[in-house]
Design a protein. Structure first.
Length: 118
């Protein structure tokens, strides 16, 4: 099915149910790399890099253990009921050249994807 809109996976991962409408799903690559897999990047028409938390700039994110249940842990490739942290910033990106390497990586995995920075 093709819609005239898109939705983003957010940092939480890519539920398999979304694969049937992959043409409309933006895959987000954030500082925690939760749920980031080459398979989902290959399927995405748009890949978005999230460099900061809008609500807490400069702090990163924290998902409390109580919210990181079985399904969340599966999506994020983590251990159930353990707190998860998204650092600020990307620990592999400290320069324009490092950012360029991120973009090169995505272009290698999915040469047709549009790249977005948030």
């Amino acid at each position: 099915m093709r819609w005239n809109s898109f939705m983003s996976t957010g940092e939480g991962g890519y539920p398999s149910q979304l694969m049937e409408c992959k043409e409309n799903v933006i895959t987000q690559v954030a500082t925690g790399y939760f749920g980031v897999e080459e398979e989902t990047i290959q399927a995405a028409p748009i890949v978005e890099f999230k460099y900061a938390q809008g609500a807490k700039p400069g702090l990163g994110g924290h998902l409390l253990a109580a919210k990181a249940g079985e399904e969340v842990a599966k999506l994020r490739g983590s251990v159930p009921f353990v707190s998860l942290f998204s650092p600020f910033p990307f620990h592999s990106t400290y320069s324009v050249e490092d950012h360029s390497k991120h973009l090169d990586w995505i272009e290698t995995v999915n040469p047709t994807a549009l790249l977005s920075v948030k």
